[in-house]
Design a protein around this ligand. Structure first.
Ligand code: GLN
Length: 494
């Protein structure tokens, strides 16, 4: 294995946009570079389709720049998760049922990137309909982890995370319903931010569980997180849950950490691998050294988080996915009559995990079970949110591992849905409470000869997303954020 680099491995989006704005690089040049990297790392299967209109977009950005515009993402190549609509591109959601679906409009989040001068180069691989934690359930096949190709990149936004880790694009978009930005960020060694529910528009994001879904960025620097969030966050009249809150994201310095009250969540301290424990301990040590105070806080209801999450996510999914019957979107299987066609379309179009969730979700919503399952889960959701709110009376941010373990092997959990769901133990409660949380690359764990990244999750009170991005800059300045390049292009394919 080649020695890992220690400096920022590739130019950041901030660097690239600055160089393009200054005329040192052109958007078409950047696009060509990104396409070359995507091609060279094709075996990762991080990218499911290229955007045919990308060259035209790059040309448009060039024209805007020569007309004197200042563009925060000038010419920056970006990949977006394949459940975010971009007009004229295929949006498959990792599903056979949408394999032929072409978007007729562009999601607000993607449009905001384009308006800021970004070039969308393609769509990133994902678990089918964002249901999963490993990117193995995609109809396009699994994405490989660039740190060890026999392992998963996490999920469901595994393609977006692996792409940024491998330097295909400096930043990307994912969606996070129960950890799908943060967990793959941790397993791939990059930043992943899940914004406060409502800060980034969901318009054009294909719905999984609408009360939990949120689009968020992957990045390799705190400055890039700030750059992305200033472009992404904002009110959108097309999304009724969108919040009208101004975005003021900046990367903070080490002084951000002085006097910061950090609460470690007690319930997250057990069941972690030694490398995860070490990364958390080192991060807390570095924070103390920088003048933060570190205490421990209990959130007892967290023990119900995974069960509560799945009893809310699956019912919402069963309702959201009712629209895929072959009549309006994507593939249609012929049948003897309309019902026959719809049944066959859904039977052939949806994978096993999606079918399982539709069935469990429908069951939990059915009369006689609604009170015992869905309604009960909604009550526990409130209790979890209340406990977080109480914890924030004493702490500015809370900390947990992002995942109890680093990247696991492909196939290790595919036959055990409960083991796969348990991978979300640290992330799902945040979505239930609607809070913002950031996974910071915080160290490495040696596992069977592989050097695997480990993430630490910082949680802020609702609407304090800015605090997390400021903190990330502070962690970089004190050397606590560990961004390295994986041995991606030199490693043999297993
Ligand atoms: N792994 C979780 C699930 O399968 C979270 C997925 C997500 O955040 N989209 O539901």
């Amino acid at each position: 294995m080649p020695a890992p680099e220690t400096a920022a491995p590739w130019p950041t989006a901030t660097d690239l946009a600055r160089a393009v704005q200054a005329g040192e690089l052109t958007p078409p040049e950047l696009l060509t570079q990104a396409l070359g990297r995507i091609e060279a790392a094709r075996d990762l299967n991080a990218v499911v389709s290229l955007h045919e209109g990308a060259a035209e977009q790059a040309g448009r950005v060039e024209a805007r720049l020569s007309a004197g515009e200042t563009l925060p993402l000038a010419g920056v190549p970006i990949l977006v998760k394949d459940n975010i609509n971009v007009a004229g591109t295929r949006t498959t959601c990792g599903s056979r049922i949408l394999s032929t679906y072409v978007s007729s409009y562009t999601a607000t989040a993607a449009q905001n990137l384009l308006s800021a001068g970004a070039v969308i180069v393609g769509k990133a691989n994902m678990d089918e309909f964002a249901m999963g934690s490993s990117t193995e359930s995609s109809a396009s096949g699994p994405t490989l982890n660039p740190w060890d190709r026999s392992r998963v990149p996490g999920g469901s936004s595994g393609g977006s995370a692996a792409a940024v880790a491998a330097g295909l694009t400096p930043v990307s978009l994912g969606s996070d319903t129960g950890g799908s930005v943060r967990q793959p960020a941790a397993l791939c060694g990059v930043y992943g931010l899940k914004p406060t529910y409502g800060r980034v528009s969901r318009y054009g994001l294909v719905a999984y569980a609408s009360s939990l879904d949120q689009i968020g960025p992957f990045a390799r620097s705190a400055a890039d997180l700030a750059l992305m969030m200033n472009v992404l966050a904002g009110h959108d009249p097309h999304d009724a849950t969108s919040l009208d809150v101004p975005a003021h994201f900046t990367r903070g310095g080490a002084d951000t950490l002085r006097g910061l009250r950090v609460g470690v969540v007690r319930e997250s301290l057990t069941g972690n691998t030694p490398g995860v424990e070490a990364a958390l301990r080192d991060t807390l040590g570095a924070l103390r050294g920088a003048g933060a105070s570190v205490g421990e806080v209990g959130i007892p209801e967290l023990k119900y988080a995974v069960a509560t999450y799945y009893l809310i996510a699956m019912p919402e999914a069963s309702s959201n996915l009712a629209r895929y019957d072959g009549m309006v979107y994507g593939q249609r299987e012929p049948g003897a009559d309309v019902t026959g066609s719809m049944t066959l379309t859904r039977e052939k179009g949806f994978g096993r995990e999606v079918q399982r969730r539709i069935m469990i979700g429908t069951y939990a919503l059915s009369s006689g079970y609604y009170d015992a399952y869905y309604s009960k889960a909604m009550k526990v959701r409130r209790l979890i949110a209340d406990e977080f709110a109480q914890a924030f009376a004493d702490y500015d941010v809370l900390v947990t591992p992002t995942s109890p373990f680093p990247a696991f092997r492909r196939g290790e959990k595919t036959h055990d849905p409960l083991a796969m769901y348990a991978a979300d133990v640290d992330t799902v409660a945040i979505n239930l409470a609607g809070l913002p949380a950031l996974s910071v690359p915080a160290g490495f764990e040696e596992v069977q000869g592989a050097r695997l990244p480990v993430g630490v999750q910082f949680i802020a009170p609702a609407l304090h997303d800015e605090r997390l991005v400021a903190l990330a800059g502070g962690l970089e300045d004190i050397g606590a954020a560990q961004l390295e390049a994986p041995p991606v292009l030199s490693a043999p394919v297993p």
